[in-house]
Design a protein around this ligand. Structure first.
Ligand code: G6P
Length: 369
């Protein structure tokens, strides 16, 4: 096992640090940046159906559901196709409206999650085209899909999903960009620029991993907190949800992720000097808005840990801790901004003496409903 962990103390940490490579593996042979080409053989037959789709439904559970939320923003922005993201367990039991020709994406690391599988079967029975985004080759979900794209992140052993998440984002981004180009809903120049940005993501993730020591110091300060709040807007909203989920899963600290603007409708009541608030505030189209949200938290004496873009000169003066990550196109930011949050939950869990790779009550793959 020590050999399998490759010198890391836990599989989770190894998998977090593998991400520059796993993202590269995910687009190897698919993203040909100098030709501005995306080759996605796995969905060749249904590529046209995707272009013509009136609607996309995404079904998934857990971290994969968070990847689905990011994909919603990406598909709507680039492809102008309405997207709904559903918890597979809700979708399957509520007689959902599915029309022939609707595209249903099923996202799953293991490819064995019972609820996701059942949601796919239901969608298929109603005439939907079901496309899988799976990590495990030959898994049940990949077999039930009409077609699909593997994430090729390699085996993920830690129960808390990390590298599978960033690989799911990579695949979903590639599918959306290719569809948008063929559909004509993205300008070619912009498409080319984002492809170059995508190709540079592994380097940016590499750099984001360098925050490890700094994040560890922050973990030391807040490891005994009883609650955490995670806030983000736009593309970073699902990152906030995912950051909170990671912390809950492995450290057993109660954490909630919220869209930052929604804070005033409830969670703001919880903020006092005891409450650590992680704000993902990288430079994007909602930057000014999130700066105001940070002010709202500080006015109530909350402790703010902000994830910001390199070179931000405003936020560090307002908050208790800043973690800098490299900038990229806002649609790709989740792959970078999620990294320090993975590290934060990891270090807090280790410091609390938790079983990081196999947290209590959780399973890597939930094959029962
Ligand atoms: C379990 C795992 C999570 C995972 C979720 C969905 O809860 O502990 O890490 O996100 O299942 O799993 P899937 O394999 O379908 O992505």
């Amino acid at each position: 096992e020590a050999i399998e962990k490759g010198g890391f103390e836990h599989f989770m940490l190894k998998e977090i640090f593998e991400q520059p490579k796993s993202i590269k593996d995910c687009f190897r042979g698919r993203l040909i940046a100098d030709e501005a080409k995306l080759v996605l053989g796995g969905i060749r037959d249904y590529a046209t159906a995707l272009i013509n789709a009136e609607r996309i439904v995404i079904v998934a559970c857990g971290t994969s559901w968070h990847a689905g939320l990011v994909a919603e923003y990406i598909f709507e922005e680039f492809c102008r196709i309405p997207v709904e993201v559903e918890y597979a367990s809700e979708f399957r039991y509520r007689n959902p409206v599915i029309k022939e020709g609707d595209i249903v994406f099923a996202i799953s690391q293991s490819g064995e999650t019972a609820d996701t599988l059942a949601a796919m079967e239901l969608a298929k029975s109603k005439g939907a085209i079901v496309l899988g985004v799976c990590n495990v080759v030959g898994s049940s979900i990949s077999r039930v899909s009409h077609e699909g794209v593997y994430t090729h992140a390699g085996p993920e052993i830690g129960v808390a999903s990390t590298k599978a998440f960033t690989a799911q984002l990579t695949v979903l981004t590639m599918i959306a960009l290719k569809t948008a180009l063929r559909k004509g809903t993205i300008a070619e120049q912009r498409y080319r620029e984002i492809l170059v940005d995508l190709e540079n993501i592994p380097k940016k993730v590499e750099k984001a991993l360098k925050t490890d020591e700094q994040v560890k110091k922050i973990a030391e300060i807040y490891k005994d907190a009883r609650n955490f709040l995670y806030l983000g807007r736009g593309y970073n909203f699902p990152v906030a949800l995912e950051g909170a989920l990671k912390l809950k899963e492995i450290s057993y600290i109660h954490a909630e992720g919220y869209p930052a603007a929604e804070m005033k409708h409830g969670p703001i009541a919880l903020i006092d000097e005891e409450m650590p608030v992680v704000v993902i505030a990288t430079r994007d189209s909602s930057y000014d808005k999130i700066v105001s949200n940070i002010q709202e938290v500080k006015a109530r004496k909350g402790k703010v840990i902000a994830v910001v873009s390199e070179g931000d000169s405003l936020i560090p003066g307002m908050v208790d801790h800043t973690i800098e990550v490299p900038g990229t196109h806002e649609s790709l930011m989740p792959m970078v901004s999620t990294i320090p949050l993975q590290l934060l939950s990891y270090h807090i869990a280790v410091m609390r003496g938790c079983n990081v790779d196999q947290p209590r009550n959780l399973a890597k793959s939930v094959t029962v409903e």
